[in-house]
Design a protein around this ligand. Sequence first.
Ligand code: PLP
Length: 391
Amino acid sequence: MQHSSQNEAEPFLIFGSPPIEQPEIDEVVACMQSAWLGTGPRVARFERDFAAYQGLQPSQVAAVNSATAALHVSMVAAGIEPGSEVITTPLTFCASVNAIIHAGLTPVLADVDPLTQNIDPAAIEAAITPRTRAILPVHFAGRACEMDAITAIARKHDLVVIEDCAHAIETTYHGRKTGTFGDFGCFSFYATKNVVTGEGGMITGRDEARIARAKMLALHGMSKDAWHRFGDQGYKHYQVVEAGFKYNMMDLQAAIGIHQLARVERNWQRREQVWNLYMQAFADLPIGLPAPPQTDTRHAYHLFTIMIDETRCGLSRDAFLDAMNARRIGTGVHYLSVPEHPYYRQRYGWRPEQWPHAMWLGRQTVSLPLSPKLTDADVQRVIAAVRDCLR
Ligand SMILES: *Cc1c(COP(=O)(O)O)cnc(C)c1O
């Protein structure tokens, strides 16, 4: 790969680099100085703030240490009998499917709409069997799934809905926040997501009793959390009422999240600007661009994905990834479809061709940098690199 000496001098543009600012740095230091590192007052505040942002009560959210944990614990808390089937999308991160498996349930894939890249409600209907108990839609890239159709299917067949909102903190659908349509919403604060805590997640839900159960399951199945246990009100016995997990969020993580969340709208606005710059700059290229956001919805602009079709572009997707890397631009792939991975093929006998839309999207998709940290010069660099690769 040849590149000019000018390119060599340019810093590598890391994909998904989180915008860390002074307030969260100070809060982490204050947390360290308080010596309260585990689940405590900062987690409680982060839960209150997140609930307020989503239009929920604090009793309708539970902070955990990842979205993977949120998905797992939600399915356990939903009380779905083992062996039941859960329908999800093949165009998602492996964690959506692994969480189903770890809850003792069987994943069933329903193909995506090739335009929106979200699970197709008609494909959900077609995948329903007498063993189906839940639907796990993923709001891909921050675009809301068809929640009217999905909730109608869930009502008709008496199914639990667990929304994977890892990309969708800011997303709304017909005036309502995603994560509030289903029984549970599961959010991620992983380092590349729209609000970061390093590792972290949140469970949301309308039913306070179910959230309370999820919260308890996330801390060993103990009836009181460590905050009460190790407070200054004297020793309190705890009772283990279920075989739970170790999924609680630390105050150190919440310290970052509190200030990240305070800037969630500002960061969203910057990503929307970058998104629009990309849309304009790439309009004349032989690549696929994201579908325009649906009316009466709000896109979270988590991923900007382009489609590289070798026959139209003159180079393969993987060659494009290498060419961007040579130009010192980080990219991502979201995602190879789930059945491309050997584990699922071996365990379930899946072949990618069974879900052709997800297969083709997964083989052509490239995510470009969309961090709110990008300067205008960075954005122009990405645009120039994309155009150069496709010349
Ligand atoms: C990131 C992600 C997850 C997992 O989130 P973690 O917080 O890293 O566990 C789950 N689903 C989707 C769609 C994701 O992008």
